[in-house]
Design a protein around this ligand. Structure first.
Ligand SMILES: Cc1cc2nc3c(=O)[nH]c(=O)nc-3n(C[C@H](O)[C@H](O)[C@H](O)COP(=O)(O)OP(=O)(O)OC[C@H]3O[C@@H](n4cnc5c(N)ncnc54)[C@H](O)[C@@H]3O)c2cc1C
Length: 438
């Protein structure tokens, strides 16, 4: 009987366990997680602050009980893996040895940042992260004493938590080194409504502003930029997450950015060992480039692929379009595929279109949609949308169009229902040819 061991009980590890059970009904499957629980959803803190839920672990994708009862997974929490030994064995922090026939590493990432090294004295009680449940709880414990809070990073994570904190009436300052919000996903003109809404909500926004130093003393943290020095009650780190794969560096090959090297079958440099999720790089489909892209859709897809290949190569990864959707400060925002600002990494010329259309015949709300095409083949490479109306599903439709390599002409012949209260009498993209081009 094959013994499959999975390390990490978050999105990738849980999905790997479920998919492994489907592929190998008789296998012994063990899931090791160092935290006391599995399946915590990192966005929970923002939802709680926004009043959309009342407890940190209210949201559960899959519980340990379900994994045990429905999928016969041996879920072991509070088990920290310390080393990958020779001969298909793992060593735990208790010195216990766990052997395996196949191993899936799903140890993910953390909100590590340059500021960790800067403030070497522990505990850094007022410079906080919030990806794990215990980190989020620490933040919630400190919140009653904190009126003035700085957030570093205006990506999805920083913006979500900024919205949550602003809604509690606190003074929120948001620092971003880039010249725009959400620069990984959206071109500048698509972020304009959001940028205005943030300021209207009372958040002090500093774009083009690199935080140079954080110094904690007494009850405050002093934050220094090129132009200012200001004290805050709390500073939250919302810069990009990174994996810490130092645990594996003697046993497995790593990439220069610290991710675990895998092939398209999710196999590492060791035959029986696979790695998935935030611990690895994925291929960005529009450019074919390998990149670190921390998203749940990548964690789930790579986990399913690894599980499929445990008994021999079956399924190769086709890569990601980096599709995201969010609701921030009253705006639904979505992105898939190449952005115009990434056009420099695309081998051919691109063209883009921006259309601003009503949502339906009944509604005064508009939706702004940006499409990016290969100039010669007219193939859709990427799309972005922003609207105050809940029309985010369009980004999934566009992601499929990019995945299926649909051209401008194919899009304009797409079929869609019509209802006067819900949409427009012709499919959104039938208008493609009439739009202005940038
Ligand atoms: C605040 C926040 C909000 C986010 N919101 C979204 C969102 O809305 N949508 C989206 O697509 N993405 C979101 N992301 C990104 C998303 O959370 C990650 O892409 C996803 O969690 C990756 O899943 P993973 O299973 O690969 O790794 P992780 O979620 O990082 O999980 C790794 C697991 O491995 C365990 N582990 C690590 N080392 C060991 C060890 N040595 N022994 C045992 N166990 C170990 C960890 O405790 C952890 O449970 C968010 C990220 C953050 C920080």
């Amino acid at each position: 009987m094959m013994k499959i061991v999975i390390i990490g009980g978050s999105f990738a590890g849980i999905q790997a366990a479920i998919a492994s059970r489907e592929y190998y009904p008789t296998a012994e499957i063990v899931l090791l997680e160092k935290q006391p629980q599995i399946g915590y959803i990192p966005g929970s803190l923002a939802l709680l602050l926004q009043g959309k839920m009342t407890e940190l672990d209210q949201l559960n994708w899959v519980t340990a009980e379900e994994l045990i009862e429905k999928y016969q997974i041996d879920v072991q929490c509070n088990q920290q893996v310390e080393a990958l030994e020779e001969e298909n064995q793992l060593r735990l922090n208790t010195n216990e040895i766990v052997s395996f026939d196949r191993l899936i590493i799903a140890t993910g990432s953390g909100q590590f940042s340059r500021y960790d090294a800067m403030n070497s004295q522990e505990p850094k009680s007022r410079v906080l992260r919030f990806k794990t449940r215990s980190e989020a709880q620490l933040l919630l414990d400190q919140l009653p004493q904190a009126d003035k809070i700085a957030i570093i990073g205006a990506g999805q994570v920083g913006l979500e938590v900024a919205e949550g904190l602003a809604s509690t009436g606190r003074e929120v300052h948001l620092f971003e080194s880039n010249s725009q919000l959400l620069f990984r996903y959206l071109d500048r003109e698509m972020t304009e409504p959001l940028t205005e809404a943030i300021q209207e909500a009372g958040v002090a926004l500093y774009l083009n502003c690199f935080v140079q130093e954080l110094v904690e003393s007494g009850e405050a943290v002093t934050l220094t930029t090129a132009d200012s020095q200001e004290a805050f009650d709390l500073v939250l780190i919302a810069t990009s997450t990174r994996p810490d794969n130092s645990l594996w560096e003697n046993a497995l090959m790593l990439n220069d950015d610290g991710t675990i090297l895998v092939d398209r079958w999710m196999q590492t440099s060791r035959t029986n060992v696979f790695a998935v999720g935030d611990a690895i790089q994925v291929t960005f489909r529009p450019t074919g480039e390998l990149m670190y892209i921390s998203l749940v859709n990548n964690a789930l897809r790579t986990a399913k692929i690894a599980a499929a290949n445990l008994a021999g190569p079956k399924l190769a990864d086709q890569g990601t379009l980096r599709t995201v959707g969010n609701h921030l400060f009253g705006y639904y925002l979505g992105s898939t595929g190449l952005t115009e600002s990434e056009g420099i990494f695309y081998p051919s010329k691109i063209t883009s279109q921006v259309q601003e259309l009503p949502v339906s015949l009944l509604s005064a709300e508009k939706q702004r949609i940006k499409l990016i095409f290969d100039d010669e083949s007219r193939q859709l490479l990427g799309a972005q949308m922003v609207s105050a109306a809940p029309v985010l599903e369009v980004i999934n439709r566009l992601a499929e169009a990019v995945r299926l390599k649909q051209t401008r002409e194919m899009l304009s012949q797409g079929e869609a229902y019509f209802h006067p209260a819900l949409n427009l009498p012709e499919p959104l993209f039938a208008r493609g040819e009439q739009c202005h081009e940038d």
